[in-house]
Design a protein around this ligand. Sequence first.
Ligand code: IVH
Length: 661
Amino acid sequence: MNPQKRIDELTEILNEANYNYYVLDKPTITDQEFDKYLRELEKLEIEYPGYAKETSPTKRVGGEVIDKFNKIRHRIPMLSLPDVFSEEEIIAFDESIRKNGYKPSYVCELKIDGLSGSFHYENGILTTGATRGDGSTGEDITHNVKTIRTLPLKLKEEIDIEVRGEIYMSKNTLLALNEEREKTGEAKLQNCRNAAAGSIRQLDSRIAAKRNLDTWIYHLPNPEDYGIKTHYDSLEFMKKLGLKVNPANRLAKNITEILDFIHEYGEKRGKLDYDIDGVVIKVNDLDMQKSLGFTAKYPKWAVAYKYPAKEVLTKLKDIIFTVGRTGQITPNAILEPVLVAGSTISRATLHNEDNILKKNLKIGDIVSIRKAGDVIPEVVEAKMERRTGQEKEFKMIDKCPMCHTPLVKKENQVDYFCVNKDCPRRNIESLIHFVSRDAMNIEGLGEEIVEELYNLGFIKRIEDIYSLKEKTKEIQEFDGYGEKLLGKIIDNIELSKKNSVEKLLFGLGIKGIGSKTAKLLAENYNDIDNLARSTVEELETIKDIGHILAVSVFDFFNSNRDLIANLKEIGLNMSYLGPRKKVHREITGKKFVITGTIEGISRNEIKDFIELNGGTTSESVSKKTDVVIVGISAGSKETKAKELNITIWNEEKIKQTMKEE
Ligand code: IVH
């Protein structure tokens, strides 16, 4: 027998058997036959390594060990989907598409709870596998992906193609794995998703191979290359290539059929051998998808409906209080640890005193908890029928748990505050906020380290962060501060000086200013000095900045001139480094009336543009109107504007202004 020919033959037989068994779930040969062929192939490949094929099923057991994960750039970004939590939101999604004049049909798919992967085939041979990463760059996991038995090493056609789907671990595999881990004393894996993610990030593919990972393929990024017109056809196409496509996928003509699918799988999900956390609804027609397009983060042609979170019961052991950077006091539930939707919960925010009183919670109660939006744990209610009489009444504290300053509650407000500006907890929380990711993003300077450096007296104020480098010798005297760790932190501190100013603005913790508003301020003022000079009235002309925010910004700069001057002196960048947005000052603060039609621009577009630039619009012309925009077939409003001597912008003027971005 010609060994090369036999190796080819065995590879073919075993791959086909694998496909029938794993993808189609229809075995064609017995396990014994399979093992016999596999052993024969292994033997031949050892004897004639040169003839072993890239697509050999022996690769499934792993073998390749890498020393680090290489980065892979996705030619087409891997986006995620916007979540919706109710039927109303699905109806609104459908309406938003119909509003554009489309009559869509949809594909409903199960939302698999794993991690998404991109798989490239060249000439039908699997060449690379990558994780999603941040959407534009992922990690090369080819060595592990090759161990996934349901992902063909060779397609049924010799084509170049990228396909995407979910890598997941089945519930049964997780159970077996955890049983094994229990025996060996290893920590159990919390849920299928974490287990899959941990397995795919193994450097040693032999470990990944043992984890028995699986795939569902659901996305073809380049359908036009294959002349495909609908998403459903792309699924069929990928199925024909030998990929594992979920048989649950279903076409839906209308909302009723979408809701039927959701209800059906709401019932069936417990019986599936894999975790799903919802249903994905995608516009079927690919041209329609294309013209609907994308927002910065999401496609506009798909949404992910999330099933309501499951509720579980546990004991409310205690209520403790934390102090935020603004001095706000938050009560927190300390719970008997319990598993909810895949992770162990032992704590949940109770928001404020009113919330606790409204729910009539007592310490010792049996409470039901759930994860809101499957992320943040929430105490839903106390189970009154489980009360024994031994429960302890909840009582709000009246002094700061940290500095014992009497708490203050403003009239008509629900929150209590510690008003001591020197409260150590407030200071620590402010510093933690300053270095956090959306703020100055000083990696390595985590919450615990900030707290410790504060308690050791090395950082008391924001400015101190930037003089840490002069104290490295002293800090190194303390346990856990090696030269390497400290060096990294100092480097990152230095690096943060170059941040665009919106990060600083957010980090300063100005009341009411989140990262989005900080960016808005940076875009509009370009420079912190400009912003610090601004009046309340000027600030208010910016869209989305109301009176309260404007006053808050104004007050902050009024009372923190020294801090800003010090940070400038230290060398922090104080300017906006992002793309500048042109602000049309001739619009800011003015009242507009639009009359007649402007060709090619809708009235709403003009309205949005005016509002974006700090102007307002109204329906009728009065003495208070500053500008009347006059289009085709304008009527009495134009006449009135002329009578009142109000500035008139014609079609050309508004079009020109809107063009200047
Ligand atoms: S489609 C551009 N379909 O859910 C469309 N995603 O938030 C890309 N997922 O990152 C995704 N099942 O990891 C799609 N049937 C399915 C899915 C699915 C699970 C995951 C995927 C994605 C996330 C979206």
